[in-house]
Ligand binder design. Structure first.
Ligand code: ADP
Length: 404
């Protein structure tokens, strides 16, 4: 068993390593995407700036060819120098139009926008990048980043869901294994104790001279041990039958009031008359289709718990009520109570509140599981309410009501 627990520890380590690996891969992928998009953006801006330099060269070569050909004399010219040559440059609007036609991303402006905007010859104006293409690039980058963020979030969600699923599976498997371990320890104890006790009483009966009174007392004690043994074996068999799907019910119309009082009084008698501190408020004429024996097993388990998990003097209240569609049975005690976070779990197979070492009361964690199986097979449901530890518990059974 320790080996199994160690295997779970190893599985947990593997799980967290895989989770860390996937998480770091995802973070790495996102950082690469962000870096790449920044690099791509910078490249495109650099290309735009290269276009601005080309525009400058374009203007210079136009002026150089003018200087060589000495043209454009007709329009009012402004003298300038290019590469040491004197040239009568065409008017600025003409040059501006020519440049902006050839390089749509460039504009000719009076003052530089950036420190490295190249001046036209003799500093008559500057070549600057238009804001629109840069803004369009910015928008494109923002869109690309959002796309990356969306993909990243989608992948993260997928990874998270997968990991959560595996984690829960792992936890529930470990939980089940631990409960099975507790169960085996409990069953061993539950079966061994009455057998050991019976052996002692048998030896006492056969080896010692006892008075009639003592014999009656030993007989009662042996009866209790047998009862305990019978109940445990019956519960185990019923659970095995429920598992195998062969828990057959013989459904018959049953008037719940008289049946409840008979089962409860029988149980109280077996536990030691008055032990349960029974009080019953049973509505009359409430019927259900039920297998009296199976439903009796469920009720006996609830009453046995009301006995086990409460200290004497006990107060156990059974009420039977009904509306048009349902018969409602409530079994309440003033015992240990059940913390809210445990209330759904106590109906699970093998589940017991607390740790096996700290549990003062012996049990197998099968009683309520069996109750739930039986009640559900009757088309009903069972739940517990308790204000918490030390405040008692109420088990509520709802069964489909039979109209009579
Ligand atoms: P068992 O009693 O054999 O342990 P059950 O399935 O009957 O198994 O009950 C499961 C757990 O629910 C118990 O171990 C106990 O912790 C808790 N429980 C059940 N009934 C009561 C009750 N009436 N008062 C307090 N705790 C209860």
């Amino acid at each position: 068993m320790t080996g199994r627990i160690q295997r779970f520890t190893v599985q947990r380590i593997i799980f967290w390593s895989v989770a860390a690996l996937l998480g770091s891969q995802l973070a790495w992928w996102i950082s690469i995407q962000v870096r790449e998009s920044r690099r791509f953006q910078e490249e495109r801006v650099a290309r735009l700036k290269a276009g601005r330099a080309e525009a400058w060269q374009y203007d210079c070569s136009a002026l150089l060819s003018l200087a060589n050909a000495s043209q454009f004399r007709s329009s009012p010219a402004r003298p300038g120098t290019v590469e040491g040559l004197s040239v009568d440059a065409p008017p600025l609007p003409e040059r501006k139009a020519a440049i902006e036609r050839a390089f749509p991303q460039v504009e000719v402006v009076k003052d530089p926008k950036e420190f490295d905007d190249p001046p036209l010859v003799d500093g008559v104006a500057y070549l600057a990048l238009r804001p629109e293409p840069i803004l369009a690039l910015e928008r494109e980058r923002t869109r690309a980043l959002w796309r990356t963020a969306g993909q990243g979030a989608f992948m993260a969600l997928g990874v998270l869901l997968g990991l959560t699923y595996i984690y829960r599976k792992l936890n529930s498997e470990m939980d089940l294994k631990l409960r099975q371990r507790n169960f085996i320890a409990s069953v061993t104890h539950e079966l061994k104790t009455p057998i050991a006790s019976l052996r002692v009483w048998m030896e006492t009966l056969f080896t010692r001279e006892l008075s009639d009174e003592q014999k009656v007392r030993v007989h009662d004690l042996m009866d209790k041990d047998l009862e305990r043994l019978t109940t445990q074996v019956a519960n185990l068999l019923d659970v095995a039958r429920a598992d195998a799907g062969s828990f057959d019910l013989r459904m018959e119309p049953l008037e719940l009031g008289p049946w409840l009082s008979q089962v409860a009084e029988g149980m109280d008698h077996r536990l030691g008359t008055g032990a349960l501190g029974l009080r019953m408020e049973l509505g009359l004429g409430i019927w259900a289709m039920a297998d009296a024996k199976a439903l009796g097993t469920a009720l006996e388990n609830l009453l046995s718990n009301a006995y086990k998990y409460a200290a004497a003097p006990r107060e156990t209240v059974i009420t039977l009520d009904g509306d048009r569609d349902e018969a409602i049975i409530v079994v309440s005690d003033k015992g240990l109570g059940i913390p809210p976070k445990e209330q759904a779990r106590i109906f699970q197979r093998f589940y017991r509140v607390g740790d096996e070492m700290t549990r003062a009361v012996q049990g197998t964690g099968l009683g309520l599981f069996l109750c739930k199986e039986i009640v559900q097979r009757h088309g009903g449901e069972i739940h517990v309410t308790s204000k918490g530890a030390g405040l008692g518990s109420s088990f509520v059974l709802r069964l489909p009501r039979l109209a009579r």
